[in-house]
Ligand binder design. Structure first.
Ligand SMILES: Nc1ncnc2c1ncn2[C@@H]1O[C@H](COP(=O)(O)OP(=O)(O)OP(=O)(O)O)[C@@H](O)[C@H]1O
Ligand SMILES: [Mg+2]
Length: 230
């Protein structure tokens, strides 16, 4: 279980997360939902220790990671697929994937699952990442995260701005990584239908606060209307 306890995060003097307590249980998918600008990305960045100042505890297997640098959090088994994917355009598919292996105990390798999950990547290892479509880049970003051999995957809007024919492929990969490979997943997702389908648990954020958390059945239409739908 990855557990955030009373976490506060700041950009300079701007207070982005307020006293957040959220659990990411082992072997489950936890959907993080909420309106634009409400702190979902900040939550994932806070878990990774990226670019935000924060206080509070980030507990993993009895260890508080809150004061650890990002690479130690990665070595502890957490991998991050950022919003917008952040592929290095001039690096090949292979190089982009291997970059993700920086924290892997077994060194930089193409993960065994990649050819099976992402045949396009397997067949285009030498292609520059920047020439891939948005959906292919998202697959590449997931492959790069898998190269760290994580036990916990943080996915920030993995189907945002992706052509519809690839959306379902990516959704299936996410479900498979959880159900078959046993990865724990925190999934930031604007698509409530998919959040409900894939999620076991949820955390609903509003203005940097967790207004509701729990098992996915608790993510009711009423909550959605009150906190998400305009
Ligand atoms: N680098 C930054 N510097 C200053 N403020 C920031 C920065 N990044 C985010 N914020 C602010 O922090 C708050 C939370 O932003 P965040 O990106 O976490 O929201 P989000 O829920 O991921 O939104 P979206 O659904 O649009 O991706 C917003 O008010 C945003 O303007
Ligand atoms: Mg975001």
């Amino acid at each position: 279980m990855l557990e955030l306890e009373r976490v506060n995060s700041f950009y300079g003097r701007s207070h982005a997360l307020h006293d957040l307590t959220v659990r990411i249980p082992d072997g489950k998918i936890t959907a993080i939902v909420g309106r634009n600008g409400t702190g979902k990305t900040t939550l994932l960045k806070t878990i990774m220790g990226l670019s935000v100042k924060s206080s509070g505890r980030i507990m993993l297997k009895g260890q508080d990671l809150a004061s650890e640098p990002t690479h130690r959090r990665a070595r502890a088994g957490i991998a991050y697929v950022p919003q917008g994917r952040q592929i290095i355009p001039d690096f090949s598919v292979r190089e982009n994937i291997l970059m993700g292996g920086f924290a892997s105990p077994s060194g930089r390798k193409i993960p065994e699952l990649v050819p099976e999950l992402f045949p396009y990547l397997k067949d285009n290892m030498d292609r520059p990442g920047g020439l891939l479509s948005g959906g292919q880049q998202q697959q590449l970003a997931i492959a790069r995260a898998l190269a760290a051999k994580p036990s916990i995957l943080l996915l920030d809007e993995p189907t945002e701005g992706i052509q519809p024919n690839i959306v379902e492929d990516i959704q299936n990969v996410i479900i498979r990584l959880n159900r078959e490979e046993g990865l724990s997943i925190a999934l930031v997702e604007q698509n409530v239908a998919f959040a409900r389908k894939a999620g076991d648990h949820f955390a609903l954020l509003e203005k940097g606060r967790a207004v509701a958390t729990g098992s996915i059945e608790g993510l009711t239409d009423e909550l959605i209307h009150r906190h998400i739908a305009v």
